[in-house]
Design a protein around this ligand. Sequence first.
Ligand SMILES: [Mg+2]
Length: 319
Amino acid sequence: MRVLIAEDSGPSRLVLEKTLLRWGYDVVSCRDGEQAWEELGKRDAPQLAILDWMMPGYSGPEICKMVRQRAREPYTYILLLTSRSEREDLIEGLESGADDYITKPFDQNELNVRLRTGLRILDLQAELVQAREALREQAMRDALTGLWNRRSILEYLEKEQARARRERAPVALILLDLDHFKLVNDQHGHLVGDEVLREAARRLSGSVRPYDGVGRYGGEEFLVVLPGCDAGCLGGRAEGVRQAFSDTPFNVGGKSLHVTASLGGTLYFPDDDISTSELIRTADDALYGAKSAGRNRCMLRQAAAVTLPLPDPVESAAR
Ligand SMILES: [Mg+2]
């Protein structure tokens, strides 16, 4: 564990350094407040800091206030170092956001115990952050397939639409629906059906670019958002996905199943005055077209009549 020491008195700093090194800490030593503030602003700054109260540059409490205002993660645990005469001002020190204090000249055992308290708090805080991140991740994911859930993929689409307007680049989307999925469930049971959905998610993720967004939109329906993808790219991606399904049977539950998908695609251009839901509706229309035309195919439709250079509909038929 790295500990930052900020102390303007040379002898006192030296004692602190030696003591902490002996206890196995890595020490970042600073001789004034300014240097301490700079060190604490670095990426990967020490999470434990011992700050002298009175220092040139910034005082200990001033640094505390600035660190707390910045409210950055991970948390910085701060011990203030005070001389006996400053003891009455301790309330002020603690109100500035310090976690604890120790009086100079310090007692080694006391310092040891207080540092360990700090470590314990930092550990707990790290666990909390981890748990919170895990919950956030869980809330964004579809439990069965591990893909983004409907809400997350729609949020992603909205964000990409906004970005498309800023960067003057298109965004493509594909709505994919497994063909005759009800039959899989009816003939092979829901466990096999779930396996098919998982395998579909894998193939879908595997046949788009790493920065494309893939989500489970509904039961056996998936939504793919492809930033910066123009008409040619969309047609190619959609056909690639279709083949990734139809060309190789799904091996699930000891069975080899021929699973195909129908895809509907559309494009969003920066000048289009089209909402996210209108885009989805257009992709859904295209998907419906692909289904009506016999399934296992891609169809592209345009949302705005004016700007989209797509022949309508573009169709890639199954063989
Ligand atoms: Mg001092």
